[in-house]
Design a protein around this ligand. Structure first.
Ligand SMILES: Cc1ncc(C[n+]2csc(CCOP(=O)(O)OP(=O)(O)O)c2C)c(N)n1
Length: 353
């Protein structure tokens, strides 16, 4: 595996390296097309969510964080994800991961609308998409809270002898939380099957990484816990598949955790009420040149895996899927009032008669 062993300091910021012509890492050409289509679906879902959220008579409530720009990370993981064995857990920016793992866009949009047909019965909203059947341990609102939970899921896998791993994702802002230290230490000490992935979109709300982390090469955090670490281009789907796939194999073979940093960028604000005053127009324009969907689409076009027509058809298909999801959400019932009292605790509350 091409990760850096903890004793060496060979951090690579692949975002700054010239792009090389890459080999397609998807298992087949058909799969490569599916992965491109999934990235397009996520982008369309997010952009439509933005429209629905901001239109008069708002039907989506609560906090909402969009994933536009980061799609290659979630979709790359889904390409190596082994259903029935692996788990994934992430923060509140969770729509993309859920769709990539196979959530029905209707259940996802209905959750946005707070409807009973949503993936969390309309009681979670944007930040709390869950689907355990798909190995999706959900979105979590407390920054860093999912890091020990993902480590716990990995512990459970090892304890039960299941050869899977838990992809545990978090933002660059979460790495300064105390639980990050505790979870990484135990994961390494007990050689747990966990793949830690920092989705480094360069900013936590409006705070740039360099203003929050004394160590700017974030991947080096892994070295303090004696685990292999590596930074990679999180906008390059094939690189995600390769790097994350190797780390997952390592975990599944019982060789312990890996610490990965996916360098990426979010095109939208932190949440819906963010004027993005902390970044310049030029910075955003530069980032748009490395749009993960366009990069992958161009690669597939160049290699004759898709035609421009295929790509246009995919665009119109995902547009239709999202339109139908919005219609479904809008016509679905709200949860019944009694639902306030269900799904709170898995066991009976001790004082409840
Ligand atoms: C413990 C805690 N502190 C503060 C917040 C408020 N908060 C919500 S998101 C966020 C920024 C996190 O940024 P990052 O981890 O980089 O993830 P990103 O939003 O970039 O995906 C903060 C400080 C919170 N939800 N939980």
């Amino acid at each position: 595996m091409n990760v850096t062993e903890p004793t060496a300091n060979m951090s690579i910021n692949t975002m700054e390296q010239p792009r090389v012509k890459r080999q397609i890492k998807a298992k087949s050409k058909e799969r490569a097309r599916e992965l491109l289509r999934m990235m397009m679906l996520i982008r369309r879902f997010e952009e439509r969510t933005y429209q629905e959220y901001t239109r008069p008579g708002q039907r989506i409530g609560g906090f909402c964080h969009l994933y536009s720009g980061q799609e290659a990370v979630a979709v790359g993981i889904s390409a190596v994800f082994q259903k029935g064995k692996d788990y994934l857990i992430t923060a509140y920016r969770d729509h993309g991961h859920s769709l990539a793992l196979g959530m029905d866009p209707k259940a996802a949009m209905a959750e946005m609308f707070g409807r009973a047909t949503g993936c969390s019965k309309g009681k979670g909203g944007s930040m709390h998409f869950f689907e355990v059947e798909n190995g999706n341990l959900g979105g979590h609102g407390i920054v860093g809270s999912q890091i020990p939970l993902g480590t716990g899921a990995a512990f459970a896998l090892k304890y039960k002898g299941i050869p899977g791993c838990c992809f545990t994702l978090f933002g660059d802002g979460a790495i300064n939380q105390g639980v990050h230290n505790e979870a990484l230490n135990l994961a390494s000490l007990w050689r747990l099957p966990v793949v830690f992935i920092v989705e480094n979109n360069k900013v936590a709300m409006g705070t740039q990484v360099e203003r929050a982390s004394a160590e700017r090469e974030l991947e080096r955090r892994g070295s303090g816990y004696n685990m292999p670490y590596r930074a990679f281009d999180g906008n390059d789907l094939d690189e995600v598949i390769e790097v994350v796939g190797d780390a997952a194999e390592r975990a599944r073979k019982g060789e312990g955790p890996t610490y990965l940093v996916a360098n990426t960028y979010r095109f939208r604000g932190h949440s819906m009420s963010d004027a993005m005053k902390y970044r310049s127009k030029e910075e955003l324009e530069r980032a748009r040149l490395r749009d993960p969907i366009i990069l992958y689409e161009q690669r597939l076009l160049q290699q004759g895996i898709i035609t421009t027509r295929d790509s246009e058809e995919m665009e119109s298909e995902v547009r239709q899927i999202v339109d139908e999801a919005v219609k479904f959400a809008d016509t679905s019932p709200h949860p019944e009032p009694e639902e306030l009292y269900t799904d709170i605790l898995s066991e009976k509350y001790p004082l409840h008669k």
